[in-house]
Design a protein around this ligand. Structure first.
Ligand code: BEZ
Length: 255
């Protein structure tokens, strides 16, 4: 399987994008973790949510495909098991009471493989609880990035689009095909404020860098400035950027 490139900057993720974990905390209610349960945090990043779940008395394993992220997670929380692994090829078999995943699965453009992997990792009766970008997520922003790339005379290839943002109908069907009983599915708006005037620039550099692959360095700054200028009237409100996040949340049971 094609390897996913590790372009993550773990320190920047912790300092400038800590909102990712902050929003994830509200997903704990759906997970309803119980003391002693074995839980896999899939796409754990630098491990902040894994640690919070571990503090509730669960036995946690954090997995991320980024070596940079896992290195930082181990540095911060050496007592927790963290493993570098591709979510599409997990080797766990009937090991976990729950698989939890926050803000990660939109990075996996082969959802069937990831869902099969998750299914096999769960014990019978185990639950899969996830939140990630759904249909229409950050659409205003990514369409403007593509527009600016094309305006700079560079063709944007569809394969370069880094994300999978499904509707709940599409994702529930995939979950059912993998063997889950879908007991919950929700699609909602979550306008997300970014820190400071450089919020959009920082976001593009952290999350959207692969969209700019193949763009000569000399043109990148102009593209980002173009995005900022064109989005300012809609997305810069009371001195901060607010991005049009749309999330899906799902729960599936392995029967
Ligand atoms: C998200 O959490 O929805 C997201 C984050 C970065 C890039 C795209 C989507």
């Amino acid at each position: 399987m094609e390897k996913i490139k590790d372009t993550w900057n773990a320190s920047l993720y912790d300092t400038k994008h800590s909102f990712v974990s902050m929003y994830g905390e509200s997903l704990f209610q759906l997970l309803a973790p119980q003391k002693g349960q074995k839980i896999l945090d899939l796409g754990c990043g630098t491990g902040d949510l894994t640690k919070q779940l571990s503090d509730l008395g669960t036995e946690m394993t954090g997995v991320d495909q980024s070596e940079q992220m896992i290195k930082q997670a181990i540095n911060k929380y050496p007592q927790i098991r963290f493993i570098v692994h591709d979510a599409r090829e997990l080797e766990f078999r009937e090991e976990f009471d729950a698989v939890f995943s926050n803000a990660a699965l939109h990075w996996i453009k082969q959802p069937k493989q990831a869902l099969d992997s998750i299914y096999h990792s769960l014990k019978k009766g185990g639950r899969f609880v996830a939140e990630f970008g759904g249909k229409g997520n950050v659409e205003g922003l990514y369409k403007e990035i593509i527009k600016q790339i094309e305006a700079a005379g560079i063709h944007f290839k569809t394969e370069q689009f880094p994300w999978f943002f499904p509707s709940i109908a599409e994702y529930s069907t995939l979950m059912e095909e993998a063997g889950f009983r879908v007991t919950f599915a929700q699609h909602f708006d979550r306008p997300t404020p970014l820190n400071g005037e450089s919020g959009i620039r920082n976001w593009i550099e952290m999350f959207g860098s692969s969209m700019l692959e193949g763009v000569p360095d000399a043109k990148k700054d102009g593209i980002i400035k173009g995005v900022e200028n064109n989005l300012k009237s809609d997305l810069y409100i009371d001195d901060r950027w607010i991005v049009d996040y749309k999330r899906i949340r799902v729960i599936g049971i392995k029967e």
